[in-house]
Design a protein around this ligand. Sequence first.
Ligand code: NAD
Length: 292
Amino acid sequence: MVEIRKIGVVGAGQMGAGIAHVSALAGYEVTIFDVSHERAQKGVETIAANLDRQLAGGKIAEADKEAALSRIIAADGAGALGDADLVIEAANEDEAIKRRIFAQICAVLRPDALLATNTSSISITRLAASTDRPERFLGIHFMNPVPVMKLVELVRGIATSDETYEAARAYVERLGKAMTVSEDFPAFIVNRILMPMINEAIYTLYEGVGSVDNIDTAMKLGANHPMGPLQLADFIGLDTCLSIMQVLHDGLSDSKYRPCPLLVKYVEAGWLGRKAGRGFYDYRGETPVPTR
Ligand code: NAD
């Protein structure tokens, strides 16, 4: 079994930064790669700010923060992933982008290195087949925000070897996360259930059944959800929500997964939620204001 010491993370966005954060805190050396060094460096800055928050909340000590930061490097190019034992891809939820990344990085990875994807919905078997190492490929699906959420879903493709699966289990255990295992079907377990609920909340808004505020309050106080579904959609990213609905719709060929046209409109407007400053809420002022 490959002993995992060095982790490569592709994508320094919300999820990539979170994966690098928890991996470095758990003692792994981490190289974070994005489309440019600046972008990767921005991810490291986000991690530093999130570590500060954990420090202020008494969750970690100053020494833990310093040690974690000292273990993270922002990559200058894909070549920096060459000595990684495990690379976790966390770029946009877009199969074409992910395939291009795998082609680029397989050329520099060690032959025995493991490759994982944090995809929320795309077939692990199909992604694996586009690489030179389907038996050393699997889904390691973290939840957002990674430092806070306890769960990781592990997803084996048809070719994933037992050794790869066991190495991934050991990695997730060392992070102190809980694990569930899902079969490789569209959107796995969490998003197969969660995303149609969010899509239905958007239909509820689209059809005028309720306002943003009424829908979120109804589900927070009426179903005891910690966050309303529209607030959660903004938090996840509306582009990611739409991609997951498209994977469910295409993969299961059932009209019940039809993405809401209002979700499509928000994505087309570039109103992608929190990360873009605007989605079902406008985050540009002091407090979020509903946009409908
Ligand atoms: P994001 O938009 O915050 O970040 C994506 C990052 O990928 C960006 O920094 C972008 O520059 C980078 N990227 C794009 N093309 C690249 C390339 N060719 N090479 C290197 N980097 C590239 O997205 P996110 O919310 O972090 O989601 C990333 C992945 O994690 C998606 O597959 C998503 O489905 C999955 N995921 C998201 C959530 C969530 O709640 N947002 C939860 C679990 C899993």
